[in-house]
Design a protein around this ligand. Structure first.
Ligand code: FAD
Ligand code: UDP
Length: 390
């Protein structure tokens, strides 16, 4: 397929002296791909998308490994949202496989439901509580916190210190490299605490996986004739070579500004992918390992996510790390303040739009990135007075 050519072939139209592009988009993840698709299909703009990786899809990229099992190269990506317009938009490029995500945590030698729920409490404490009793049980352990600011406060104020230490402290210290007491409350707030037997990981209405995988969905998104994709290509390699009117940048905002105000901290991960000669490795897609006695945070088994039938099974261990690709902006006040200063530099450059998880330095889920990208294109179109393509 033309757009997936990774041989660095160049179409010629955007080279110096050629007609050039309307938009240069840096990054072929959700942010870059959605904006490229909308600008091309809705507004007839000519778009060049570059990504320094040799593939499209950003962190959501999936691929068949040498055993023919569909895996996520950058760890498990589960689509969930309450935003109907995001579902409607993506449904143009994929059908869906219903999938309700559940997670177990390895705690005290047992595998118990995570988020903490009624079953978790009854298993851990060998009890047979009702939801009302479980509520009273947690209320008796919860520590009052006057001003809930940190990721520690959020959990301790709901379940007390013991459960916080069993489920959250170690996991968070491994995942982020800092103590939950130094991390914004928004991080552990992502995980609910329940006193019913409800065991879904997400509360969102819509939880599905793209039927043929994420990469297939991105291929369809980027296949528009007004879009040119250049892979294994850094922004720095093309910025002087290509003519374009406007830039959309979905890479790290501090990198764009040559780290002139200092580096924004990001957390990375190392992935250990393995294929096992057994039909299954564990009983569901994700098992979390909150204890600091092991270095990995979780193990994912993809066949549960994708529904694939295969005699073997592929799994991924995640090891958080300071080094490597930037995956997670780290939500804490000092970083928000540094980002604000970069944002001021960005505001002074209206010809450049910063978007996505790295461009906005926000711990966004996929659906939030899609929603942001759709809104941004709408805003750009209004500002530029763009007409809808016929
Ligand atoms: P990215 O996907 O990071 O894309 C940015 C792209 O820009 C990259 O491909 C990069 O190579 C490219 N780039 C950067 N700088 C340059 C440059 N100078 N030149 C050229 N190219 C450049 N979200 C969910 O909703 N559900 C999940 O279950 C989920 N699980 C996740 C699990 C993990 C391990 C991680 C790390 C994230 C997960 N997410 C999940 C979040 C999801 O990955 C992001 O919300 C989404 O992929 C962000 O899209 P993006 O386009 O903003 O960024
Ligand atoms: N978390 C935890 N223990 C767990 C699961 C999550 O302490 O078993 C904390 C951890 O800090 C994590 C955050 O809650 O980063 C948010 O979890 P989520 O599963 O939403 O993170 P994601 O993998 O989507 O980034």
């Amino acid at each position: 397929m033309r757009t997936l050519d990774s041989t660095n072939q160049w179409s010629g139209s955007g080279q110096k002296g050629g007609r050039g592009f309307d938009y240069l988009i840096v990054g072929a993840g959700f942010a870059g791909s959605v904006m490229a698709e909308r600008l091309a299909a809705q507004y007839g703009q000519r778009v060049l998308v570059v990504d320094r990786r040799p593939h499209i899809g950003g962190n959501a990229y999936d691929e068949y490994n040498s055993d023919g099992i569909l895996i996520h190269r950058y760890g498990p990506h589960i689509f969930h949202t309450n935003a109907q317009r995001v579902v409607d938009y993506l449904s143009r490029f994929t059908q869906w496989r219903p999938y309700r995500h559940r997670v177990l945590a390895s705690v005290d030698g047992m595998l118990v439901p995570m988020p903490i729920n009624l079953t978790t409490l009854n298993m851990l404490y060998s009890m047979n509580m009702s939801p009302e009793q479980a509520e009273a049980f947690l209320a008796a352990r919860a520590e009052p916190v006057a001003d809930i600011r940190t990721s520690e406060d959020v959990v301790v104020s709901k379940v007390g210190r013991e459960l916080y230490e069993k489920f959250f402290r170690g996991y968070t210290r491994k995942q982020w490299g800092i103590d939950p007491s130094d991390l914004d409350r928004s991080v552990t707030s992502r995980v609910p605490i329940r006193t019913t037997a409800e065991d879904g990981y997400f509360n969102d209405e819509f939880q599905c996986m793209p039927l043929e995988g994420y990469t297939r969905m991105f291929e369809k998104m980027l296949s528009h004739s007004n879009i040119e994709v250049r892979l294994a290509t850094d922004y720095k390699d093309v910025r002087e070579q290509v003519r374009y009117r406007r830039l959309i940048y979905t890479g790290p905002i501090d990198e764009y500004f040559d780290y002139c105000l200092g580096r924004l901290p990001y957390r990375s991960l190392k992935f250990r992918h393995e294929t096992i000669d057994e039909a299954h490795f564990q009983s569901l897609a994700v098992v979390n390992y909150p204890s600091e006695d092991v270095r990995h945070t979780r193990i994912t088994e993809y066949k549960y996510l994708t529904g694939q039938t295969h005699a073997k099974t592929s799994i991924t261990y995640e090891y958080p790390s300071d080094e490597g690709d930037p995956y997670y902006p780290i939500p804490r006040p000092a970083n928000a303040e540094l980002f604000r200063r970069y944002q001021e530099l960005a505001d002074a450059k209206p010809e450049v739009t910063f978007a996505g998880r790295l461009g906005s330095y926000r711990y966004y889920n996929m659906d939030q990135v899609v929603a942001q990208a759709l809104s941004m294109v709408q805003r750009i179109a209004e500002k530029e007075g763009m007409k809808q393509a016929a």
